[in-house]
Design a protein around this ligand. Structure first.
Ligand SMILES: Nc1ncnc2c1ncn2[C@@H]1O[C@H](COP(=O)(O)OP(=O)(O)O)[C@@H](O)[C@H]1O
Ligand SMILES: [Mg+2]
Length: 593
């Protein structure tokens, strides 16, 4: 007998279901998409996180007739396309006829639905892909789908589910993107009966206010660009409002939320030198192209698409962002006819860099010409503060025994990033940020965990729903480091105390960055992992920045601090803090024998 045999239907369905439904958030995404396709203007999402968890999505869309409802959960049953050619013009979110069948294969599902035309509605119950019952029922127009006991018959998948907090954060992320992408529809999300999020059917900016809050909405700039058949609209943040992760970037192509690194890079390019490395603008960008130019059938979850003219679209994204940031008509270079003298151009450029045309607050005006990009350089005061903080703590630390502290003479700084020093018989190059990070890392590690200092004015940080869910899990660990954090209103957390190592906190943004770093790394795997994460994050954000101009005495202080650490050779992330060449190596490099 041969080795090959055909899988039975049940196995085939479970395998296929795994592609579409990876986690509870996938169920939410698919069901919400069905509601959108049904033409609803209100979608209510209720979840109960927990062992047997349940998800209910209710809409007031077109509903299904009894016959349709009975067919809806069968594999490849769809009302959205008739044949493969239709995919070229499809505008609906779904078309593969896989979502309901996939969900029904691995859960208990109840579909309650009614069309406007029919007098009575229908209730269908399916378990593990099998029809349990189908009955007439009196219900309002629209559809409600309840999914219970997800993954009950796929234990491996169930085992890999993350904590409730993380799964909920994923659901919130899905709903956030759906609500931003379909701002014409009202969304509400509840967990265990508690409302987590609500956005009205409104203009996009109103939706942004409801989802991200006033502070963020106020710092958003509109984007609008039409060229040929491509149209781009939406909002991007001013360069002063940045985040340290990508959670706040949403891209839509023909209203479908997609992941695209290419578009992410194009967005960044639009900001040019206005944003520093490692920081990301907030954005909600909606791109509309001819449906023939997009292949939406690339991935079962449809969160990736193939674009025929990706390069052109990316260029347009960059241009639309640049336009939004510069207010197009205000750029002197564009208005000046090319034959005008160089002198006029220069005059206008100087004017431009002195006066902000765009920003109400001159201090927040980003540099428009490259020469002034040094505005992002940390101030000398900031550098001094950071160094003094670690110095003070360093004194309390015991000198490591066993390591001989080499004699080092600081020579100077290269590009405000590297410090050059002469060692007994050679040259040492030190990465100033990495070095200071190492110093702080060891200080934080050695400091008493609960050493905490009360803040005179608490720092409020506004989190989005996803961060909020993660925050709740993380608070106990942060508190062990000396943070004191409490929920304060809807989406805000108030930080009332911080670890003593953070010193006199003059830059609340730093705390925001630390928290944001920690949350962006998602799931807390184990205790050691989270403590390490917090330590690194505090160290990284407290450390002297690359790009900070240092005086000789500051450099000397840093080198001295570094050489007192237990492991001066690498930063907490494993990068080298210093490279040195002894006399022989230098001789070899210069071919001197
Ligand atoms: N909320 C809903 N309202 C109305 N019809 C629905 C709803 N959900 C599903 N349907 C119907 O069930 C069909 C199958 O849904 P699904 O499995 O998600 O496939 P697809 O969305 O790809 O067509 C849809 O084509 C639609 O006709
Ligand atoms: Mg669907």
């Amino acid at each position: 007998m041969g080795k090959i045999h055909l899988l039975d239907d049940a196995s085939i369905n479970k395998i296929a279901a795994g592609e579409v439904i990876e986690r509870p958030a996938s169920v939410v995404k698919e069901l919400v998409e069905n509601s959108i396709d049904a033409g609803t203007d209100t979608i209510r999402i209720e979840v109960m996180m927990g062992q047997k968890g349940s998800i209910r999505i209710t809409d007031n869309g077109c509903g299904m007739s009894k016959d349709d409802a009975a067919l809806s959960y069968v594999k490849h049953a769809t009302s959205k396309i008739k044949n493969i050619e239709d995919i070229e013009t499809v505008r609906t979110m779904g078309f593969r006829g896989e979502a309901l069948s996939s969900i029904c294969a691995i859960a208990n599902v109840e579909i309650i639905t009614k069309t406007k035309e029919e007098l009575a509605g229908t209730k269908v119950i399916i378990k593990g892909g099998k029809l349990i019952s189908i009955d007439q029922i009196g219900v309002p127009d629209g559809t409600s789908v309840v999914v219970d006991d997800l993954f009950y018959n796929t234990p491996v998948r169930k085992k890999y589910l993350k904590s409730d907090g993380i799964e909920l954060a994923q659901i919130i992320d899905v709903v956030t993107r759906m609500a931003l992408g379909h701002n014409g529809i009202s969304f509400s999300l509840f967990n265990n009966g508690k409302e987590l999020m609500r956005s009205p059917a409104a203009e996009l900016l109103d939706t942004i206010i409801h989802i991200y809050g006033q502070d963020i909405a106020r710092a958003m700039l509109p984007v609008n660009l039409v060229a040929g058949t491509i149209r781009i609209t939406g909002y991007i943040s001013k360069p002063e409002l940045l985040r340290s992760n990508l959670l706040f970037q949403s891209f839509f192509i023909n209203d479908r939320s997609i992941n695209s690194r290419a578009i992410g890079f194009a967005l960044r390019d639009g900001y040019g030198t206005l944003i520093p490395k490692g920081r990301f603008p907030i954005s909600v960008l909606k791109i509309y192209v001819d449906t023939k130019e997009v292949d939406v059938n690339v991935h079962p979850t449809k969160n990736q698409v193939r674009l025929s003219h990706e390069r052109d679209i990316c260029d347009m994204v960059t241009r639309s962002v640049r336009d939004a940031l510069t207010g197009k008509n205000l750029i002197p270079e564009i208005k000046i006819p090319s034959k005008q003298s160089q002198q006029t151009q220069q005059f206008q450029l100087t004017q431009q860099s002195q006066k902000s045309f765009l920003y109400d607050d001159p201090a927040s005006c980003p540099p428009m010409v490259k020469e002034t990009a040094t505005d992002f350089r940390p101030s000398t005061k900031d550098t001094q503060r950071r160094l003094r903080r670690s110095e003070r703590f360093g004194e309390e630390m015991e000198k490591p025994t066993g390591i001989e502290i080499p004699q080092v003479r600081v020579i100077g700084q290269v590009d405000s990033v590297y410090i050059l020093a002469e060692t007994g018989d050679g040259l040492m190059i030190i990465d100033q940020h990495a070095a200071h990070e190492r110093v702080f890392f060891e200080l934080v590690r050695a400091s008493k965990r609960d050493d905490s200092q009360e803040l005179i004015i608490p720092i409020n940080i506004e989190l989005d729903q996803r961060e909020k869910a993660l925050m709740k899990e993380t608070i106990p660990y942060l508190e062990e480091f000396g943070f004191r954090i409490s929920e304060f209103g809807q989406d805000t957390f108030a930080i009332t105390a911080v670890p003593v190592v953070l010193g006199k906190l003059e830059d609340p943004l730093m705390v925001h960055d630390i928290i944001s770093d920690i949350l962006s790394q998602g799931k807390i795997k184990d205790e050691t992992g989270i403590f390490e994460r917090v330590t690194k994050s505090i160290a990284c954000r407290s450390a002297l920045k690359a790009g900070a101009v240092c005086s000789t005495s500051q450099m000397e202080s840093l080198v001295k601090q570094l050489l007192r650490t237990e492991n001066p050779y690498t930063c907490p992330h494993g990068r080298p803090t210093m490279i040195s060449f002894n006399r022989q190596e230098l001789d070899k490099l210069f071919k001197r024998n």
